[in-house]
Design a protein around this ligand. Structure first.
Ligand SMILES: [Zn+2]
Length: 65
């Protein structure tokens, strides 16, 4: 509770926080791609911003491909 609450609370479990994740292409160039993942292990909710579209899911239910 003493941590900074700069990050939005997870809307799925309402316990964890969504933290931003950076992603890099093969050329080590930061690509315009942001993912937010819940800090709650049991939740595993994530939000991905890609090309202006928002994708929701959990790492348990949804496979990458
Ligand atoms: Zn969560």
């Amino acid at each position: 509770m003493s941590e900074k609450s700069e990050y939005p609370r997870c809307q799925s479990c309402e316990k964890g926080q969504l933290i931003p994740l950076s992603d890099f292409s093969n050329n080590s160039v930061p690509i315009r791609y942001k993912a937010w993942a819940c800090t709650n292990k049991e939740c595993r909710f994530f939000v991905v911003l890609r090309g202006g579209d928002v994708y929701y899911g959990t790492s348990t239910k949804e496979s990458a491909r």
